[in-house]
Design a protein around this ligand. Structure first.
Ligand SMILES: Cc1cc2nc3c(=O)[nH]c(=O)nc-3n(C[C@H](O)[C@H](O)[C@H](O)COP(=O)(O)OP(=O)(O)OC[C@H]3O[C@@H](n4cnc5c(N)ncnc54)[C@H](O)[C@@H]3O)c2cc1C
Length: 306
């Protein structure tokens, strides 16, 4: 079945949410790179999400979840798998005592604003991470030694068969930029166990973390955040900087002069330019230090090379 057939089937089953066809991924990812996505589906509630999930599965399509697209390098030829985005629903943020429940489609910045407004502390080090709650949990996003997984008390997940279940923190393993959930599981909501604090102090802490980030990272240029995971002994950025690679370019892709673990898009960079820089860095660091750098950024799309 083609993606047109899939779209028709989804509509026929009662899906009334938005569907975008052929949208350039360069328009919906922070790297501003990537060819067209055949189909992006925006379910507004559980019922619509289940229609999409079931039809994809029945027709042999493996779907991918798309958050804010801030940790992705998308192939120049684009993406053939249907993408599911939860930003047209699944965005509610509410609190119960010191717990906050946040929908997977909500932005992490919105969640942080909510916490500040309600004087709930714990998530401040995540200030400046531009992803969604769902993407943040899937990646176990973190900064300044703190990770989102440490603040989670439970997760609401839909599995590949369409069952929704609450998963306790103790039932999943959060690791360095990842969580051990099956690939087809869809994160619907996160419950965060926070602590009562003073609104001004929480706000000041967030601003301080954000200020440090702005000073040290190219937050205002298109990128996908850190390209490599930090090896145990030394940050990837320092290794790349010490190898003299800051400012190196392939086409419009450049190793950031501000932070060497960021590759920035200077205008019309292609995925293949970024992949060229990734290969160059990996080879150089292996040759000089015998360290194999692992990717933090996820590569998706047709003929994706990892
Ligand atoms: C300027 C900049 C700074 C950054 N700084 C940091 C940082 O300090 N720390 C850090 O950890 N990261 C950082 N990042 C990377 C990125 O913001 C995080 O990894 C973020 O958590 C990704 O969220 P997203 O919604 O954009 O996910 P996407 O990039 O859209 O997707 C990432 C992964 O999550 C999956 N996913 C998304 N939603 C769901 C869902 N509902 N259920 C299941 N899976 C889902 C996707 O399928 C994909 O596998 C930065 C990025 C940029 C551009």
């Amino acid at each position: 079945m083609t993606s047109n057939g899939l779209e028709r089937g989804i509509r026929k089953n009662g899906f009334k949410g938005a569907i975008r066809r052929g949208i350039p991924m360069s328009e919906i990812t922070s790297f501003r790179i990537g060819g067209p996505a055949d189909l992006v589906l925006y379910p507004r509630d559980l019922e619509e999400l289940n229609i999409v999930r079931a039809l994809c599965r029945d027709q042999g399509f493996s779907y991918l979840l798309l958050g804010n697209g801030t940790n992705l390098l998308v192939a120049d030829k684009g993406v053939r798998e249907p993408l599911i985005n939860l930003s047209h629903g699944f965005k509610e943020i509410k609190k119960q005592g010191h717990k906050v429940m946040a929908g997977a489609g909500a932005g992490l910045p919105q969640l942080l604003n909510f916490c500040t407004a309600n004087a709930l502390g714990g998530l401040e080090p995540l200030a400046g991470i531009p992803g969604t709650v769902g993407g943040g949990i899937r990646m176990n996003a973190g900064s300044w030694g703190a990770e989102i997984g440490a603040m989670i008390s439970s997760l609401l997940v839909m599995d590949g068969a369409g069952e929704t279940r609450w998963v306790k923190r103790s039932q999943v393993a959060f690791g360095y930029r990842g969580i051990d959930l099956p690939a087809e599981d869809i994160i619907l909501q996160g419950e965060f166990a926070l602590h009562k604090g003073k609104r001004d102090e929480i706000k000041n802490r967030m601003e301080e973390f954000l200020r440090k980030k702005k000073e040290t990272q190219p937050l205002f240029q298109p990128s996908a955040g850190s390209i490599f995971k930090n090896p145990p002994a030394i940050p990837a950025g320092r290794l790349i900087e010490e190898a003299g690679l800051k400012g190196t370019r392939r086409g419009d892709a450049m190793i950031s002069p501000l932070h060497a673990n960021f590759i920035v898009n200077m205008g019309a960079a292609r995925a293949r330019d970024v992949l060229g820089l990734i290969e160059l860095i990996r080879q150089r660091i292996y040759k000089e230090k015998r360290i194999k750098l692992e990717l933090e950024v996820l590569i998706i799309g047709e003929q994706a090379l990892a």
